[in-house]
Ligand binder design. Structure first.
Ligand code: UDP
Length: 350
């Protein structure tokens, strides 16, 4: 088996340690052409399982579908997603398809609720009708809103401050109800800041427009475009910039496979934070980008971005205790250098 070190020994030995052979073989990956979905497909394939991608290519890329079959479709088209589930009859469904850009959600809430909530409900109702189990949901730390206390623990209050966060919390509420009333088994995985690229450089972050810090900083350091804006340097943090918890994409997707196995084996549903527990300021991330690229990042200090929380980082003890999951590639230099390796190829800088 190649690439075992990339997705981490923890994932490979997870089933073994639990003393149970995995029955999760085939996984429908909704949004499998996107950043996290395509990395998940690779991890699924490399772990000896079979991914099947369902994607409408609204933001994903055809070139990122390379580890399994493709069904082109939109979750808002109920007959289409139902037919895909019926055809594939997956052992688990990983659902990454969503509108994610916080600013867009404030302008187009109807789109976010239609896609993120109603579309997801189509998937869930079809799964229940077809007797399918093991739904792995891309949730977010944005459901906690502006926290009163840090680190964030899973049972803390949920007061999302954006349409995006509310759309994800609505789905978590739906999941709780469907689980109680209809026996649906699920894991809601609350991502902190997914970052970095596949360690072989095959798939990474390619959003258009790109709003995330690391790709924007890499682009600025590489001299592409007009430099980047740093949104606010007057926050009450040690250097005045916001604090986030960055988790390497390889660690993030490994947790999805572990979660699918865990809920299948135990029959219990879960809500878990996926982060490292370490907070980095924007300026600390920019320093790591300068180390990776070997050039300064030209930055324009700009006003605060509406909706940005001052600081967010996870308490990861529940994920560690329940899944036996530990981040293995999430030190900041590995995150940034993997992203840089990927983007150098995409931007033709090699
Ligand atoms: N950020 C920034 N300039 C950018 C993109 C992001 O200063 O071009 C800041 C943003 O305000 C936040 C942090 O970087 O404090 C992480 O933002 P990102 O959009 O990557 O993730 P988020 O935490 O919003 O999900």
């Amino acid at each position: 088996m190649q690439n075992t070190c990339e997705i981490g020994p923890a994932l490979f030995w997870h089933s073994f340690k639990k003393g149970v052979l995995s029955v999760i073989k085939k996984i429908l990956v909704i949004g499998g052409a996107g950043y996290i979905g395509s990395n998940a497909c690779k991890a699924i394939k490399m772990s000896g399982r079979e991914p099947v991608v369902f994607d409408n290519f609204s933001s994903g890329h055809r070139h990122a579908v390379k580890w399994g079959d493709l069904i082109e479709g939109d979750i808002r088209n109920e007959p289409k997603i139902r037919a895909a589930l019926e055809k594939v009859r997956p052992d688990a469904v990983m659902h990454f398809a969503a509108n994610i850009e916080v600013g867009q959600g404030e302008k187009e809430p109807g789109l976010f609720y239609e896609n993120n909530v109603a579309g997801t409900l189509n998937v869930l109702r079809a799964m229940i009708d077809l007797g399918l189990q093991n739904f792995i949901f891309s949730s977010t730390c944005a459901i906690y809103g502006d926290p009163e206390k840090l680190p964030l623990v899973e049972d803390m209050p949920k007061r999302p401050v954006s349409v995006y966060g509310r759309s994800k919390l609505m789905v978590e509420t739906i999941l709780e109800d469907l689980s109680r009333a209809e026996g649906l088994r699920y894991a809601a995985l609350r991502y902190f800041n997914a970052a970095g690229a596949d360690l072989d450089g095959e798939v990474g972050e390619e959003h258009d427009p790109e709003t995330h810090l690391i790709p924007n900083a890499l682009k600025a350091a590489a001299g592409i475009g007009q430099g980047m804006k740093l949104f606010g340097d007057d926050y009450p943090t040690p250097d005045g910039t916001c604090i986030r918890d960055y988790i390497h994409i390889a660690d993030l997707v490994a947790a999805h496979i572990m979660a699918a196995e865990h809920i299948d084996q135990t029959g219990e549903s879960l809500q878990l934070n996926l982060g490292t527990g370490n907070g980095f300021t924007v300026k600390q991330v920019l320093n790591a980008v300068e180390r990776a690229v070997g050039k300064p990042v030209p930055v324009e200090i700009s006003p605060r971005r509406p909706g940005d929380a001052i600081a967010l980082y996870a308490d990861t003890s529940k994920s560690k205790a329940i899944l036996g999951w530990e981040p293995e590639h999430s030190d900041m230099d590995t995150i940034v250098s993997s992203a840089w390796n990927f983007h150098k190829t995409v931007w033709d800088l090699n």
